[in-house]
Design a protein around this ligand. Structure first.
Ligand code: SF4
Length: 308
């Protein structure tokens, strides 16, 4: 098959358009730039922390953010969390360090070991015995550590590698669990820039399919391990991901349809749930949260962690 725009061999098809490697990369980068512009994800006076684990999504994110911010002279750096997942995170962080040295990008790594005195590997069995899956425990601490580190390093935005698949999965998961108010917190921009102590999260890959991100990382020849975290198979998300992938293969455009429908009703959801959980500060750590004690401090208590 031939690229629709030139004589080169096509590597990707999107409805009736065929893309060669070069035109696919242009399509990918232009779509990311359009997302950044349409939702005003970055401003000229921003300093951007790019959440990067060394996986394909985060390297595709880091690379496209680098291209964009270089053009507009916006400072950025990579920010990683080492959860302590033996045989997985150590190698992905090696890939991140290699990538950053290739492109002369500053990076910072915060670890569970340093911040909560243990690793995910050490606490995941206890979490499972208390009905908390590894991804639940990991997600709560990861979000907290990323926000704290981004804030301490002076970032005004935290860019994350969430793609269209992730968003469609989250929407379906929240809906299946009856957590519609959690959907109000999704979208390309999360949280208010005015919330003290909270670094606003933005998602430049919001409209990119996971398979497009994988292809981009592959074409760009990023040194990246395409293996998944060993804990993902235990998660609710993995089941929802499989359902959505099956639907997408029989009805292409399903994921796009879910996310675009959601964006139409997002303003209504925000309005409905705006005052449901008033913003406050954790009585323990003083991080912004929606109750008296933040999720990370509650999880520390549940797992009986001894945190400095
Ligand atoms: Fe953490 Fe789950 Fe992601 Fe693994 S898959 S890094 S356990 S959130």
């Amino acid at each position: 098959m031939q690229c629709t725009k030139c004589d080169n061999h096509a590597v990707y098809r999107l409805s009736d358009q065929l893309y060669c490697k070069d035109h696919f990369c242009r399509y990918f980068e232009n779509k990311v730039y359009k997302t950044i512009k349409k939702f005003s994800l970055f401003r000229p006076d921003d300093k951007i922390a790019v959440a990067s684990s060394g996986g394909k999504d985060s390297l595709a994110l880091l690379y496209t953010v680098m291209l964009y911010t270089n053009k507009y002279n916006i400072p950025f750096f990579a920010l990683a969390v080492d959860e302590g997942i033996a045989g997985y995170r150590d190698s992905s962080l090696d890939d991140l360090k290699f990538f950053c040295s290739q492109f002369d990008i500053k990076y910072h790594i915060v670890s569970f070991q340093d911040k909560i005195n243990t690793t995910l590997d050490n606490i995941k069995d206890k979490g499972i015995s208390l009905n908390k899956k590894p991804c639940t425990v990991c997600g709560i601490f990861r979000r907290t550590l990323l926000n704290r580190a981004a804030r301490e390093l002076g970032a005004t935005k935290l860019a994350t590698g969430h793609n269209l698949d992730d968003e469609a999965q989250s929407l379906l998961m929240n809906t299946m669990k009856g957590n519609m108010s959690h959907n109000a917190a999704l979208g390309p921009v999360t949280g208010l820039s005015s919330t003290k102590g909270f670094v606003q999260r933005v998602k430049p890959l919001y409209f990119m399919l996971e398979k497009e991100t994988r292809l981009y990382a592959f074409i760009k020849n990023f040194k990246v391990d395409f293996n998944e975290c060993p804990n993902i198979s235990l998660s609710f998300r993995a089941g929802v991901r499989d359902i959505l992938n099956n639907m997408e293969s029989t009805s292409p455009g399903t994921k796009n349809g879910i996310v675009n429908s959601f964006l139409e009703i997002l303003p209504l959801l925000k309005e409905k749930y705006r005052n449901e959980k008033p913003f406050s500060f954790c009585e323990r750590c003083n991080d912004p949260c929606s109750g008296k004690i933040c999720n990370a401090c509650q999880m520390e208590d549940l797992l009986c962690l001894k945190v400095n």
